[in-house]
Ligand binder design. Structure first.
Ligand SMILES: *Cc1c(COP(=O)(O)O)cnc(C)c1O
Length: 379
């Protein structure tokens, strides 16, 4: 079955009790023990809920994973994975992972003695050098945020397998439609369903996929014990959102590629970052592990004044944090996602006051282009 068919039919979406064409919201915290003292499948919704499980099975099917766990946010998903580690264990991760992930790893280090090393995610040698005898986990996010730098997934997997180290990939930017880290040998895939999977900027939700039953048990236990349980309403909305994933992403990624190409020739635009452009540093590696350049384009303007002008004047994209909605979202990493990082570090990583990130929605691409061009008065 092709992926776009799978999005509609590749999992159970009909209610077995009534035939309803959408799974009901089992909006209940507890379940009457019908055959007391015999156990039944559901007892309390922090431990398990039918609506949540239907979504877990659907998302696992999309990732080609044996097991899936939904959690209350993308960060809860990341926490549930990192909290399988012990004091003294060591993580290697890219310099440009999601800001919340970096913060979490720093806190885990400070309070619980889980050590970490950040490396240039594009350079396999720097990963190799960072590994020590306590290293338990390599954490990748490709393309990275906001400069969309690329990590070679297969090389990381090779490095890890030799030393029996776990590999984890945050696949939020590409979704299972365009990139399948599990099929490249990664042990755990993480999604912030808040973004493209939900697709409508109306939920906060996370997901973890794996083929390893032991890891699945540990992550599920963490969800129960730390209380990372997702809401029923959110899971239902995500189930609704994934049905249109292919149509949304095909339109958005096509527009993103066109915008990336056109923006290169607009006066006032200094540099465009998009993995689908042949001039992008990681272009070949990206297309060896992903089937598309993606829905996110970042670009640098000639001056801070022009950047402020763009953010003030655009009428179609909303100016906000986050990505992956049907509406285009224009973010300003300098003072939004990356504000907590020191100025010096931001500049060193290429996050300048002239950089913006555009998550391309499903609006007409010509409208989007003209809106951006006119906002900066470019020709
Ligand atoms: C948004 C995001 C997260 C965090 O997800 P939440 O649902 O906000 O907790 C993690 N990783 C990436 C790449 C993201 O874009």
């Amino acid at each position: 079955m092709e992926f776009d068919t799978k999005l509609i039919h590749g999992y159970k979406y009909v209610d077995p009790v009534t035939g309803a064409t959408s799974i009901p919201k089992y909006q209940a915290s507890t379940f009457q023990q019908l055959n007391f003292p015999n156990n039944q499948s559901y007892s309390y919704s922090r431990f398990g809920n039918p609506t949540v499980e239907y979504l877990e099975n659907a998302l696992a099917a999309l990732e080609n994973a044996k097991y899936g766990v939904c959690l209350s946010s993308g960060i809860a998903a990341i926490s549930s994975v990192l909290l399988t580690l012990h004091s003294g264990d060591h993580i290697v991760l890219g310099n440009n992972v999601y800001g919340g992930t970096k913060q979490l790893v720093e806190e885990l280090n400070e309070r619980y003695g889980v050590n970490f090393t950040c490396v240039d995610e594009t350079n396999i040698d720097s990963w190799k050098k960072a590994i020590n005898s306590r290293t338990k986990l390599l954490y990748i996010e490709t393309p990275s945020n906001p400069l969309l730098s690329i990590t070679d997934i297969k090389e990381i997997v090779k490095l890890a397998k030799d030393k029996k180290i776990l590999t984890v990939a945050d696949n939020t930017f590409m979704t299972p439609y365009y990139q399948n880290p599990l099929s490249l040998g990664v042990d755990i895939v993480i999604q912030s369903c808040t973004k493209f999977l939900g697709g409508h900027s109306d939920i906060i939700l996370g997901f973890v996929a794996t083929n390893d039953s032991q890891l699945y048990q540990l992550i599920q236990n963490n969800r129960k014990e730390f209380g990372f349980t997702p809401g029923v309403e959110e899971c239902w909305l995500c189930m609704r959102g994934i049905k249109t994933l292919a149509v949304r992403l095909e339109k958005s990624s096509k527009s993103a590629e066109k915008l990336a190409t056109l923006l290169q020739n607009v006066d006032g635009v200094k540099k465009v970052y998009y993995p689908g452009l042949s001039t992008h540093d990681g272009h070949d590696t990206h297309l060896s592990q992903s089937s598309n350049g993606g829905m996110v384009v970042s670009f640098e303007l000639e001056s801070e004044g022009l950047t402020k002008q763009l953010l003030k004047n655009v009428t179609i994209p909303i100016v906000a944090v986050s990505l992956g909605g049907v509406e285009s979202i224009l973010s300003y990493p300098w003072s939004m996602s990356h504000a907590c990082i020191s100025e010096e570090e931001r500049l060193a990583m290429g996050v300048t006051p002239n950089l913006v990130r555009l998550s391309v929605g499903v609006e007409n691409v010509n409208d989007l282009f003209l809106d951006i061009k006119n906002s900066i008065g470019g020709k």
